[in-house]
Design a protein around this ligand. Structure first.
Ligand SMILES: [Zn+2]
Length: 136
């Protein structure tokens, strides 16, 4: 049996790599690079963190509890997804600020988008029907 067969036999029934382990690997590499620039007294803290990360990454890959590892990966993907959404929303909002004012309803706090360039106008909140005057 060559090493490749041995390895696939060893990995049989084990979880293997996923997106979360790629993230952990990236984090480990980032910490390795950062650790080159941190003060010496923080060095051992960083090496401990890096070792723990490596240990955890391998623990996950060789784990036989596939269900639990998949759940962890799903959680990671959810967090990543919501974070990406948030960034996209912020970008979208930044683009819209050129053409719109954003006001909060003084009554209920609802965010209202008003096109710019119409002078002072009365705004009616679509949620609670309160009216208020703002510059557009
Ligand atoms: Zn309102």
């Amino acid at each position: 049996m060559n090493w490749r067969d041995r390895f696939s036999k060893f990995m049989y029934g084990r979880y293997g790599a996923d997106q979360f382990s790629k993230f952990l690997l990236g984090l480990t590499i980032a910490l390795c690079i950062i650790s080159l620039f941190v003060p010496r007294r923080l060095g051992s803290l960083f090496s401990t963190l890096i070792l723990l990360l490596i240990f955890y990454t391998y623990f996950r890959m060789f784990s036989r509890n596939i269900y639990k590892r998949a759940a962890e990966n799903e959680k990671y993907m959810r967090i990543l997804g919501s974070w990406r959404n948030k960034v996209a929303n912020e970008k979208n909002l930044a683009g819209q600020r050129k053409y719109y004012h954003f006001y909060k309803c003084p009554e209920c706090g609802q965010r209202i988008r008003i096109p710019k360039g119409h002078g002072k106008i009365q705004i009616r909140c679509p949620k609670c029907n309160a009216t208020f005057i703002r510059r557009s």
